[in-house]
Design a protein around this ligand. Structure first.
Ligand code: ADP
Ligand code: SF4
Length: 695
């Protein structure tokens, strides 16, 4: 039963002409699916509605080809032909009892228009502010362009109404909503009535809100998403100015949706920001308007949510990532199942999907994005297909997920782990600087497994192939993880590096087990490019060592551009005094240090150090798999042995969790090996006369 302390979270809130059943509000968020995977996207939104969110919004739906954010895959609301796709999402959301919100966007100067080839539009003539520094300039909009934009927006809102939405956005946030470029003193240096004073810079936004209300406001709520700070000091849109703008337009929209700008400030990771990091920026805004206010901050704690509402900071608890990690968060609070909440770990793997134009994945919720194409659900799984017993060896992310989900299916499961603590790689990684929240991946699964009577856990059980074969289970799952390589091989070096006798070489595994470089000067060589190199450099410098990070990539932790953390990692390392040498690969390790070579010229430089820490490739620990396979006989009771997670191919924690889930989903499911792996939505072919066909 629900704790009465949380009753306030389940109060209805009026938003203009509509009312949400509770305060749980899934704010618009991208997902890498958009117009390409519309039914998958609609099903994903429907699952959130099923999980209890009162309002479920789409990601941005571009209102016109002049605001096209290709190559990113968002929604289109360009003309009537997009209405059925938009309607499908609204219908799916309604079917599960939530209000459906549509985020309209004209990306303005953020849109390089790579697909439409239209000239981008902005307040002034300037290069587009796009992520890839495209060689494209926006042109300054004249009065006719502004009139056109207003009409396109109005028409897009009308199409949203036709598609069945309850709420529509006017977007002036995060430098995606084109109206924000007009609000900004940085970008808007116009001399007409759309530039200069705050009133003038807010004119376009005001007109868009007024005209949207006029077009659809009888039936639909009109929300305004606005940035409350760009964190650029006086240069950017700052807190005081944002408050002036909100005061100026206070009663115009039906809802204020508050965000930090740009996206990397809005969706900060746990490595750099705590839950609720936006609170100082949204506090006091509710006092500027009588309209409801929604804000975000990776909220997963119901007590904190209650405080935000009670103290008059927010009316609605906004969430993107917490709703991805646990679409059933509201229902779990309602049912008093707080420890069943799968808390977001703040890793931004979901964001990375969108950045890579592929369906987002979530470290904590492997069913995210798979609701339609594989038929996975965050809370449910098919009952067992047989009365088989399964032995899972290794309790890292993949083994824990497999054991938990096999347990939920009803199999008799044994989970055997070599060490005393469950969590695999997370046992050590959660102790590294900034990664403590990642431990939630293990904690959630261990907590759930403890509730399953049919899953038995054996700790300190270092199993051999003979142990597995003699155990008497029907199926064995090898989830034994991986080891970091010690020979420098990864992407730059495909053959082992030469190491002079006596030179000290360490791997992340050595550091986990407590080993430390003997001398003061250390080279961290990063040819992995995700978090490990940067995190270990941070660890070693914080212990008083002089650290040089060397990478063949153009910057430190290069892949973290996709999680929007790269610049923060680099800034932190520089501030801590880490020397960073980019575009250099490892050539040799000598007694003087690491000899590195420029990736362009091959010119060699010696980086003097007493030790080198190699963050390169990993090798799967698959000896157990080979051993069991070699000794399996037709007479033995073991029906199958399967490796999962890093023991197959070392990857991200998200990939390991996915692998565990997949094993659990597919056990006893017979499938044609050549049948499609998952459902796909193939674009319908155009009808009508075709240029190459003669009548
Ligand atoms: P993944 O990310 O694929 O889950 P991890 O490296 O995180 O992999 O976890 C692997 C786990 O397997 C570790 O906790 C490790 O102690 C355990 N393990 C490895 N070999 C054995 C073994 N022979 N018997 C039991 N547990 C093992
Ligand atoms: Fe949270 Fe990471 Fe999942 Fe994104 S991928 S929702 S940040 S746990």
């Amino acid at each position: 039963m629900r704790d009465p302390r949380y009753d306030i979270l389940f109060e209805p809130v009026r938003i203009g002409p509509v009312t949400t059943k509770n305060r749980f509000y899934q704010v618009p968020h991208c997902n890498g699916m958009g117009y390409r995977d519309a039914t998958a996207l609609a099903t994903m939104r429907a699952v959130k509605a099923e999980g209890g969110w009162g309002v479920v919004c789409t990601e941005q739906a571009e209102i016109h080809p002049t605001g096209d954010i290709a190559p990113f895959i968002e929604l289109h609301n360009w003309d009537e032909s997009d209405v059925p796709m938009l309607a499908r999402i609204a219908e799916a959301t309604h079917a599960q009892g939530a209000l459906a919100g549509l985020q309209l966007a004209h990306n303005g100067m953020n849109a390089p228009n790579l697909y439409s080839r239209e000239i981008p539009l902005g307040p002034v003539d300037l290069p587009v502010f796009s992520i890839f520094n495209d060689p494209v300039q926006a042109r300054a909009m004249d009065k006719e362009d502004i009139r056109n934009l207003r009409r396109w927006h109005r028409n897009a809102a009308l199409r949203g109404k036709k598609a069945g939405y309850d709420l529509v956005y006017v977007y002036a946030g995060k430098l995606f909503g084109g109206a924000m470029f007009f609000l900004s003193r940085r970008f808007n240096t116009r001399a007409d009535e759309y530039g200069g004073s705050l009133e003038n810079r807010a004119r376009l936004l005001k007109e868009l809100i007024e005209e949207t209300k006029d077009a659809v406001g009888d039936k639909m709520a009109v929300a305004c998403r606005i940035s409350v700070d760009e964190l650029l000091g006086e240069e950017g849109l700052h807190a005081a100015e944002a408050r002036d703008i909100i005061s100026h337009l206070a009663e115009l929209p039906d809802l204020w949706d508050l965000t930090l700008s740009s996206w990397d400030n809005d969706s900060q990771t746990s490595r750099f920001a705590e839950e609720g990091y936006q609170e100082p920026f949204v506090t006091g805004i509710k006092q500027l308007t009588t309209k409801p206010v929604v804000g975000v901050g990776r909220f997963t704690s119901p007590d904190y949510m209650v405080r935000l509402v009670r103290s008059g900071i927010l009316d609605l608890i906004g969430a993107a990532r917490p709703s991805i990690a646990d679409p059933f968060l509201p229902n779990k609070i309602m049912e008093g199942r707080i420890d069943d909440i799968r808390e977001c770990i703040g890793c931004n793997m979901c964001v990375a999907g969108d950045h890579m134009m592929s369906p987002s994945r979530c470290t904590q919720n492997p069913s995210f994005g798979e609701e339609w194409r594989r038929g996975w659900h965050p809370e449910r799984i098919n009952i067992a297909g047989s009365r088989s017993s399964v032995l899972v060896v290794g309790a890292g992310p993949s083994g824990l997920e497999a054991a938990m989900m096999l347990g939920r299916r009803g199999y008799e499961v044994t989970l055997a782990e070599k060490s005393r603590v469950l969590g695999g790689r997370l046992v050590e990684e959660r102790r590294l600087p900034g990664l403590s929240a990642w431990g939630r991946v293990a904690d959630y699964r261990e907590g759930q497994i403890n509730k399953l009577a049919n899953v038995t856990v054996y700790r300190e059980s270092d199993l051999t192939a003979e142990d597995i074969l003699g155990f008497g289970c029907d199926h064995a799952v090898i989830a034994t993880g991986s080891n970091w390589r010690r020979d420098g091989v990864a992407r730059y070096l495909l053959k082992p590096v030469s190491v002079a006798p006596g030179a000290e070489v360490l791997t992340p595994d050595d550091l986990y087990s407590g080993a430390r470089p003997k001398g003061k000067r250390v080279v961290v060589y990063d040819d992995d490019h995700y978090y490990m190199g940067g995190v270990l450099a941070e660890l070693l410098v914080s212990e008083g060592r002089q650290v040089t990070l060397v990478t063949p990539a153009p910057d430190a932790s290069n892949w973290m551009r996709n999680t929007m953390e790269q610049f923060r990692v680099q800034a932190r390392l520089l501030e801590l005094g880490v020397r960073i040498i980019t575009n250099h690969g490892l050539a040799a390790i000598t007694q003087q240090g690491a000899e590195v070579a420029c990736v362009f010229t091959g010119r060699r430089v010696m980086v003097e150090a007493e030790a080198s820490v190699l963050v390169t490739a990993r090798l799967p620990r698959n000896e157990l798999l080979a051993g069991v396979k070699a000794q399996m006989t037709a007479q033995a009771p073991l029906k199958s042995v399967t490796a999962i997670g890093d023991a197959v191919a070392p990857g991200t924690i998200a990939a390991a969790v996915f692998s565990g889930r997949r094993y659990a989903e597919e056990l006893d499911v017979t499938r044609d090996i050549d049948a499609p792996l998952f459902r796909r939505e193939v674009t319908g072919l155009a009808e009508g006369p075709l240029p190459w066909r003669t009548q």
